[in-house]
Each structure stands twice: as C-alpha cells, then as structure tokens.
Design a protein around this ligand. Sequence first.
Ligand code: PLP
Length: 389
Amino acid sequence: MSKYKQDTLIVTTGRNPEENFGIINPPVYHASTVLYPTLHTVKTRGQPVTYGRRGTPTTFALQEAIAELEGGFRSVITSSGLSAVTTALLAHLKAGDHLLMVDSVYEPSRHFCDTVLTRYGVDVEYYDPRIGAGISSLLRENTAVVFTESPGSVTFEVQDLPAIAEAAHKRGAVVMIDNTWASPLYFKPFEHGADVSIQAVTKYLCGHSDVMMGAITTTEEAWKPTLDGHGAIGQCVAPDDVYLVLRGIRTLSVRLERHMATGLRLAEWLATRPEVTRVIHPALPSHPDHAIWKRDFTGASGLFSIELAPCPEKAVAAFLDDLELFGMGYSWGGFESLIIPQYPAKIRSATKWDAKGQILRIHAGLEDVDDLIADLDAGFARLRAAANT
Ligand SMILES: *Cc1c(COP(=O)(O)O)cnc(C)c1O
C-alpha cells in the first residue's frame, strides 16, 4: 500500500526519473529481441526484460501504475478492453467448468462466452445483475468464475459485489469484475471482494479516444494463472500506445471530476424533460441501486442512459442526426460528448428489459455543460416537431 492519497499516486506512480537521466516521463522502448549477456542468464531467464512480447520498462511502468490505482497485486495489459475480458476468462477456465456471467454484461464479452467459451466446453450461465447473495443458489461444484460488471455499461445495474464475492468464495470460485465504468478511482474492486479486475483502458485511463487497450489486475492468489494465461495467449501492446496511456493517467482525477459533474448536471436536467421517461444514472437517488452505489463507490463517471418517451423513429433521428456537440459513436471515456442508441432487450437471457421507449446512452464530455444542454434542448425541439408531422 502506498503512503500517498490517490491523487498523489496518479502523479507519482509508474515512473522513476532517477533511473532515466532525471526525465519526468518513462522512455518508450521499441523492442522485440532483448540480448542476454551470458549462457547462465539465458538459461535462468535471469534478467527483468526477456523478450519484447513479455514487456519492456515502458509496459512495466503502466502495469505498475494500474495495479497501484486499482489497489491490486499486479497488472498485465492487453491489446483491447475486450481482450482483457477474454484473456482473464481463458486464463481461469477450462473445459467442464461452469461460468456465472452477469446478464447485463458488455455485449462483446457476452458474444465471446456464447461462441468461444461454449465451443471449448465451458458451461455459461447468465444471472440477474441484482441477484446479490442469491447467487449462492446458482453456484455449483464446478463453478470456477463468477463474472460481474458493475454498473452494467448500458443499463447501469449496480451489483452487490461484497455479497456476491462472499458467496462465491465459500465455494472456491474466482470473482471477476469489469470495473471500466468507475475507473480505478471511483471503485476499489479488491476492497469489495474481487479477485480479478478488468479495465477497458481505451476508456478513461487513456481518456483521449485514440488508443485501444485493456488491463487485468489481480490479487496475489489470482496472479499466477492470470500471468501464465496472458503469456500463453501472446498478448502484448505497442509501446507508443502505452506511452499515451501513461500520459493520460496523470490527468485522470481532474478529468473524472468534470465528467462526473457534467454527467450529473445533464442527468438532472434530462429528468425534468417531458421527452424523457427515465434517466438511468446510479448517482441519482431515483436509481434502483442508488444505495449500493452510495455504499461502495466514491464517485460517478460521465456515462449514463436515458429512456425517451415512446415516439416515432423519425423523431429520434431528428433529435440525433443534427446534434452539434454530441457525436454518435461507440466507446466513451474521451474528452468529447457522445450519444448512441442502445437496444438492451435484444441481449438478455436471464432477465427481461422492458423499456417502452428508445434507450440512448450518453457520455458527458469535457465541454461547457450549458453548451451541451443547449445542444440537447435544440434536439428535443426537432424531436417534437418531427413527432407532430
Ligand atoms: C468498451 C468496453 C469494453 C471493451 O473495451 P475495448 O477496448 O473497446 O475492447 C469492455 N467492457 C466495458 C464495460 C466497456 O465499456
């Protein structure tokens, strides 16, 4: 544990100017071959850097930073957020195992389970994100992993991780969390019972919409299988991308404060609009899991959803197509505001999603919030005009 508070850690972690001519930021090493001085060093792999794919001082710096911020033992980085999910699952599952997967999980993670894992003989069972301690009735002798994502990144159910972890650990299952929404700053997965925490680094850690990357952080107990699986699969990341993420991390705390404040202002404003039937934001007291969020999280990021009052699709198009500041695109966590339609009812099996209106997921960027509200306000005027013609 570091003696420093989180905001200091963000500035100091993962760099060592004394080893680097006094230069503040770690250097970018481009490497495949690494030379060994003696036969003995070759045979014992007796040096910290052994081969480009296994990491360089650049990758080690980022891994150290992410492990410290998540509060875990160690981290490995991967080529995307999705590959962090798939690598963690492959590293901890084998044929014949049972996986409990949350029904609100990120859709590409679900796709991996339903195709690759199923083909490899893993029994995948989806469960209600709000199950809490009730997970114990689903745990089996061969349940190897309980996977959580909290809050779900489209529908924002907040999971009772301590209750789930307690039940899972009694049966010897590994508890994983996709912790991307909160980032390592606003939820500390290992203080709430996780064994493995996943970040889509692509999102807030990078923060600038220009890098694809993932990270897997674990407890000391879960480290060896994770590192072995990661190495076996051949995961590695380009050094210039690692550098960009190390740079992005330094401003994570100030960026997130603003994403949170703007997200909340937008959410509160949207809740007053007649065109919106529901605002789904865990930090609003109206959210069904608000109490769990308040108990376990120290902040909210800028991502939430709304449900529009039922209206014709041409009205939704009139709203979305001419927004000036909100771009329509996947991913999130960058400096810019985004909005994207989502269809959660189609990607559920253990629970039912019963919204009547169109779901729109919003990412609150770093623009001036009044400009953002004006953009949405003009959009709602277009929506009403289109609905009435
Ligand atoms: C985006 C996202 C991922 C995948 O990250 P990529 O870098 O896009 O592969 C995984 N989980 C969640 C919750 C995400 O939002």
